[in-house]
Design a protein. Structure first.
Lengths: 204, 137
């Protein structure tokens, strides 16, 4: 998903939520044919995005139905418009599931699940996302990026509780926002530019 | 393996839920069905119990591992041979609740792979209440 040019050590998925890059540094936003290279202007600075509490369900109209005995569960997916950014802004975010008994799958775009292995996407839940926060091990908290309003995040909630339906499938998101300016990089130089590479969309 | 965080003993990558039920007769009743499907690999471990009684006689509460809705998952224990027994004293005044709290560190780490089932075994068997904090273990 991510890489850097050979001159730069990776800053992704750090054990702290700290700015990924600084004024004057270049970021390569993949897929390159849709997005391209950007620089954070010297006159701009990263800005912390404080915690946002987002409920995938809606009290008291959209519930998450309790799971079936076999482990299959009805799912509910919605676009998380709360995470959209302004023009020429990139957000680096980490997400924790707040409610026990809820599974969450993340999609970007809505047909491409993130955190996927050969057998499918890893289900995010309070245990595998909240526990790392509890022990201050942020490197294991799922990280993702949002560029402007062009790379929407979709979250799909399902239940892992056999006892009752719920109207609460909440996640918490924290992050950092980077104001950017586009730069032109000649095609033959694209793999030589010292830039941090991030991906905001699955490649076809 | 557990870590102590802020006074709580937490298993790595686990989470906790709260479940409760009224105790209205000397019959088995489900506190929670464990999400026992293989895809999840979850079993419950009781981390905290608050047992309430408003009768003028004491209440014992027997707990064992059973899903009362589905017989596919294997049961462990029974009302006659429970995995754990909790106790709350008699209330001094009928109708006024008295509680007993079992916190982590005093509850043996019994696991419940099918479900947490309980039964009041008296003398008081009505108007009781049990609340539990369950951890994926």
């Amino acid at each position: 998903m991510v890489s850097t040019s050979p001159q730069v050590i990776t800053r992704l998925q750090r054990s702290e939520v700290t700015p990924l890059f600084l004024p004057g540094q270049v970021v390569r936003v993949e897929p390159l044919h849709k997005f391209g290279f950007f620089v954070m202007p010297r006159s701009q600075t990263p800005e912390v995005l404080p915690e946002q509490l987002i409920n995938i369900a809606t009290p008291w109209s959209q519930k998450i139905t309790k799971a079936s005995d076999s482990g299959t569960a009805a799912t509910f997916q919605r676009e998380i418009t709360e995470l959209k950014q302004n023009a020429l802004n990139l957000a680096q975010m980490r997400m924790m599931v707040l409610d026990g008994g809820i599974n969450v799958k993340m999609y970007q775009p809505n047909a491409a699940a993130k955190f996927t292995q050969k057998n499918g996407a890893i289900l995010l839940h309070k245990g595998n996302t909240g526990y790392p926060v509890t022990i201050d091990h942020w490197a294991q908290v799922p990280e993702f990026f949002v560029f402007e309003d062009q790379t929407p995040i979709f979250l799909e909630a399902s239940s892992r509780d056999l006892d009752e339906d719920t109207y609460f499938a909440r996640v918490q998101v924290v992050g950092v926002r980077y104001p950017l300016a586009p730069i032109r990089v000649r095609r033959q130089d694209q793999d030589r530019v010292t830039a941090l590479t991030i991906s905001v969309e699955a490649k076809p | 393996m557990v870590f102590q965080i802020g006074g709580a003993f937490v298993s790595p990558y686990s989470y906790r839920v709260h479940k409760q039920t009224l105790l209205q007769s000397a019959m088995a009743i489900q506190v929670s069905r464990t999400p026992w499907a293989a895809v999840w690999g979850i079993r419950w471990e009781i981390k905290k119990v608050i047992l309430a009684n408003n009768q003028t006689t004491q209440m014992d509460l027997r707990a064992w591992d059973q899903d009362l809705t589905n017989s596919s998952p294997l049961s462990r224990g029974s009302s006659g041979g429970p995995l754990l027994i909790f106790h709350v004293a008699a209330s001094a005044t009928s109708g006024v609740y008295i509680t007993n709290t079992y916190d982590q560190g005093v509850i043996p780490g019994a696991y419940f792979g099918s479900g947490v089932t309980v039964q009041p075994s008296g003398p008081a068997t009505i108007n009781g209440h049990v609340a539990m904090e369950l951890e994926t273990a």
